[in-house]
Ligand binder design. Structure first.
Ligand code: TEU
Ligand code: CA
Length: 542
């Protein structure tokens, strides 16, 4: 079925990290009832769907990305009845609920794994990836994303199991058709509950072949995706977005083929990986190569036009906050947060707003004892043992640690930013008194109002959805500019990405266009762009 007019092509999706969004019962952890209480806020912002990070039963080794029951809600977040209420209440606010499906691995406390460990003959043993061996002689030198070997020894079986993430996240064996069918049955069960879509965690890793050291883009990946899509997603009008760190534009044309054979779109990370030393880890910081950033965005826009569909994002629960990362979270926090929003939301694709991004929330610089993320804590120990200084390690954590995105949502300037009446599971960013929703929703000059305006514009002008993309000023070291054009109109976005005032080479071209939105409240000089000044213009084509 042609996906040309699908609802998610004009939608804006909001990601909630439930643990940090809104706590309704004072235990310091966000929950489903807390989200229900904030649906008016989200409808006011104007978003169309909420992507919920996992809320299923989990021992929380990786904050819920280690699921022990795919068809029940973890008590810390509430009950299945609360989830059904959220789906129903969200619908009244014209908002769909998108679930985060973690299908590459389960928790080691899932009943499947508990059964699998009972013996090689157990019917569930082959739901996971096992290798015979001798203790201390690893099947190979593959490493887990959170440190250490990717192989864990089970003495009673004299076998190793494979885990690309934590020891408590054993990889599922997608070669097993019985496992795949159980997954499809579970997905259809959620579709039956009125779920509007799915985000698929590390979906490019499910076709792993550890003996060949293949983790992402395995040989059978698209076979599995087409089978899953046919058995589940195509049964309803859903949006599906796969997390694919290894995606290229060519692979994205497969994942997001307009024939709807696999997924709606993927999260690709080529732009996200630019500010790290090539071939190293995200912790090995490098300045952002701005011309490369423009080349990457331009290529993804051009390559997928008419052949696939882009997701558009700066942030998620794994990434540092963009205003601290590539904007200016000091003197120009508001202007640069708005500039980054205007820059992204004019492009072709589905924009994603991560909780607090619409407020210009920033990274937090904590002491190591104040962090909670398994990735950060393991990194700290691993690099101390390798001889890095604490100062070097904390500099990396402050810049790239995942807890930067997971500090509690800043609702108002009351204690704990109105997130909880208890003790928050993770310290609230101390700047909550200056940066919070209550101080922005009624302020036309706020970051919140800029996001709200951009969402309204996307719904008003079709050129946002299907306008052809052309990059402008490609070689300019400060300006990111482009047009979107369709038969009826033209959009022109021009952004000063940095903190110096520069000449605007497009003044003549924009003179006859209507200014739709800017990162500054006061009108500027057409021929110059102030620090982090972004302008979005529109003109009807005669
Ligand atoms: O992340 C996939 C993944 O590769 C991340 O671990 C990424 O490499 C890292 O966060 C970069 O700092 C997904 C989820 O988004 C993440 O929260 C989970 O920890 C991970 O999978 C395992 O489920
Ligand atoms: Ca709670």
């Amino acid at each position: 079925m042609d996906s040309s007019r699908k609802w998610w092509k004009s939608a804006v999706i909001y990601q909630i990290y439930p643990r940090s969004f809104a706590d309704s019962n004072g235990d310091g952890i966000g929950d489903l009832k807390g989200i229900i209480a904030k649906l008016d806020y989200l409808e006011n912002l104007g978003i169309d769907a909420i992507w919920l990070s996992p809320v299923c039963r989990s021992p929380q080794d990786d904050n819920g990305y280690d699921i022990s029951d795919y068809q029940d809600i973890d008590p810390m977040f509430g009950t299945l009845a609360d989830m059904e209420e959220l789906i129903a209440e969200a619908e009244k606010h014209h908002i769909r609920i998108i679930l985060d499906l973690v299908l590459n691995h389960s928790s080691d406390e899932h009943r499947w794994f508990q059964e699998a460990k009972k013996g090689r003959e157990n019917p569930y043993h082959d739901y996971y990836v096992w290798r015979d061996g001798v203790e201390g002689e690893l099947p190979n030198d593959m490493r887990a994303a959170f440190g250490g070997s990717a192989w864990e020894w089970v003495p009673e079986l004299q076998q190793y199991y494979f885990h690309q993430f934590s020891v408590k996240q054993p990889d599922l064996n997608w070669e097993n058709p019985r496992l795949r069918q159980e997954i499809y049955d579970m997905i259809n069960w959620w579709i039956g509950k009125g779920i509007g879509g799915f985000r698929l965690d590390v979906i490019d890793q499910i076709a792993k072949e550890p003996d060949k050291k293949i983790t992402n883009n395995g040989p059978r990946l698209h076979e599995y995706l087409r089978e899953m899509s046919k058995e589940t997603f195509q049964k309803a009008d859903l949006v599906t977005v796969g997390e694919a760190w290894g995606a290229t534009t060519e692979l994205a044309k497969l994942y997001s083929n307009p024939d709807n054979s696999e997924l709606s779109m993927v999260f690709q990370f080529e732009h996200i990986c630019l500010d790290q030393i090539a071939g190293k880890e995200k912790w090995d910081l490098a300045p952002l190569p701005f011309l490369k950033l423009k080349e990457v965005f331009g290529r993804w826009q051009k390559e997928l036009c008419g052949k696939g569909w882009n997701s558009l994002f700066w942030n998620n629960h794994d990434l540092p906050r963009i205003v601290s990362r590539w904007g200016n979270d000091g003197a120009y926090r508001v202007e640069s947060a708005k500039m980054l929003a205007v820059l992204l939301h004019g492009m072709q694709g589905t924009p994603y707003i991560y909780q607090g991004e619409e407020l210009g929330m920033t990274n937090a610089q904590y002491e190591i004892g104040e962090y909670r993320d398994i990735e950060t804590l393991n990194l700290y120990q691993e690099r101390l043992e390798k001889g890095y200084t604490e100062e070097e390690i904390l500099r990396s954590i402050h810049a790239k640690g995942r807890d930067n995105a997971r500090t509690p949502m800043q609702w108002d300037d009351s204690e704990h930013a109105g997130f909880t009446s208890g003790t928050p599971w993770l310290k609230v960013n101390p700047n909550y008194k200056e940066i919070n929703a209550a101080g922005q929703t009624a302020d036309a000059s706020s970051v919140f109002s800029c996001y709200k305006k951009l969402i309204q514009l996307r719904k008003r002008y079709l050129v946002f959805i299907d306008g052809a993309f052309e990059m402008l000023c490609e070689d300019d070291g400060d300006i990111f500019a482009y047009t979107r054009t369709d038969a009826d109109s033209e959009l022109l976005v021009v952004c000063n990405f940095y903190g110096n005032t520069v000449e605007c080479p497009l003044a003549e071209r924009t003179a006859s266009m209507e200014l739709l939105v800017s990162s500054y409240e006061e009108a500027g000089q057409p021929g110059t762009l102030r620090p982090y000044e972004a302008r979005m213009y529109h003109a009807r084509r005669s």
